[in-house]
Design a protein around this ligand. Structure first.
Ligand SMILES: [Zn+2]
Length: 249
């Protein structure tokens, strides 16, 4: 074999994994110069692709794991996580898709956390979380990390995480609902937007003394958080939110 070909492998990334690559690398074969003993996980993260967004790696026709060591002339394809994709004949890199979708959000995503909770999704968020805490919560409670920080997703122990492409919170919400196919799982008015506690309907008389007069006159249905006692009603902000995502249904 021509000696100039040594230490070169070919990568091909599919679908949204391309978002992590430089524009000139996207949707085409990439020639990668590896060093002896380099694992495939290390190689793709050097290119900017967090391993937890990869669900399937095919090397020279067979599926391999993240610890696969690169060999001269390898041709390796990478496929993203499909939560609902059935590929039972090959190795799934992550233990299994998460059947119950729960999230833990990075510290800069407060608005997204509020929106997800308003739609009923179990979402942990604190602007005081450290990266390690977020990783631990993800592993211990089987939560998907949402972040704009690739470094967090590249921590070795992280198995379920997603890098948000958008920076605008409403666009992020739409992105998450589309990406994880959450359309049919929306359960509005089941979760507190402040603390993530579950909310339940409550008799108007029970909360009357806490309502502004206009609200007490206009609304009949009320909800209360089981953790922090915040009272909710289906006001105009709620319908605005539903309107902004309804074309996703
Ligand atoms: Zn609450």
């Amino acid at each position: 074999m021509d000696s100039t070909n040594s230490n070169i492998v070919t990568f091909r990334f599919y679908e949204e994994l391309n978002d992590h690559l430089k524009p000139q690398q996207r949707k085409k074969e990439i020639f990668h110069i590896y060093h002896f003993g380099q694992t495939v996980k290390d190689a793709i993260e050097k290119l900017g692709v967090p391993h937890c967004e990869v669900d399937l790696i095919i090397a020279n026709g067979g599926s391999v794991g993240f610890d696969y060591r690169l060999h001269e002339g390898d041709y390796i394809s990478f496929y993203p996580v499909f939560e609902s994709f059935d590929i039972s004949a090959v190795i799934r890199l992550r233990p299994e898709p998460l059947r119950i979708i729960k999230f833990v959000l990075d510290t800069h995503l407060g608005k997204l956390a509020k929106y997800l909770r308003l739609l009923g999704f179990d979402t942990l968020y604190s602007n005081a979380f450290k990266d390690d805490e977020i990783a631990e919560l993800s592993i211990n409670q089987k939560r998907i990390i949402l972040t704009r920080d690739r470094g967090l997703l590249m921590q070795k122990k992280v198995t379920h995480g997603y890098f948000l492409r958008n920076t605008d919170p409403m666009k992020q919400l739409r992105e998450v609902i589309a990406r994880f196919q959450l359309f049919n799982l929306i359960k509005s008015f089941t979760r507190c937007s402040l603390c993530n506690g579950e909310i339940n309907s409550v008799e108007k008389e029970m909360v009357m003394y806490r309502l502004p007069e206009s609200t007490a006159n206009y609304y009949t249905e009320f909800f209360i958080c089981s953790l922090c006692n915040q009272v909710y009603w289906q006001g105009s902000h709620y319908y605005k939110l539903l309107n902004r995502i309804k074309d996703l249904y």
